[in-house]
Write a protein that binds this ligand. Sequence first.
Ligand code: PEP
Length: 265
Amino acid sequence: MEIKRKKLVIGNWKMFKDAVQASADFENLSDSVTEKNLSIEVGIAAPSIFLADLARKTRNTVSLFAQNAHWAEEGAFTGEVSPTMLKSIHVLGSLVAHSERRQMFAETNQTAGGRISALLNLGMRAIYCVGETLVEREKGLLKEILISQLEQAFIATKIRNSQSFIGSDPNKPLLSIAYEPVWAIGTGKAASAVEAQEAHTIIRNFLQSYFGEELGNRFQILYGGSVKASNVNEYINCPNIDGALVGGASLVPKDFLELCMKCAN
Ligand code: PEP
């Protein structure tokens, strides 16, 4: 059964901007999104130090996400931020297991599962990032890698009620998947629409088999990897591509707005 999923475009600001710039850019983007009254959901995943300030500015036009969230409610975890803390300042959710965290900060599918369940248990959203390296792709391991990243993380959540992965708002499922081939992130070498679609179809088929067809069709699957205003059209109208996770091209509000407007058309 075909389900209409709301498009979601999230800008990942990574470790860029200072407080003044972040605040000004967020306000600028919020004003433009309000004025354009876009039919899609626009989000920003901001550095955690800016989230409290930005949360006061969202006016519910731009959805605010963290870039990482711990799996524990609280504890002796110096330097970490918990979902409970994020919720207390009205952050909606977090990216989980971005490839930069997998590569540089020892993120695994199991730790990712812990983060996903901590977020979902609080009714918060998790944008779970998966994707293969170039070596894995060249060895023909795309399907195997994607399925293991999804399956191992979902098992590690220990959540057995499939509905808990969706929540109650049909337009904003609690879990979304971002397919981000590692070789396409920050390299300027985006996956072709055919390559992206192949991966998204693998992910959709897995979601349908794991959660059942009806629920599996409700999750948004975003493409990420060198997406910009000039190439987003290639992806956004493909079946099973429900939006984008955007790094470099989200840093300048005017450029990001242009990209979002193309997704809303
Ligand atoms: C990202 O950081 O998730 C990303 C996709 O980056 P970029 O758009 O710069 O490739």
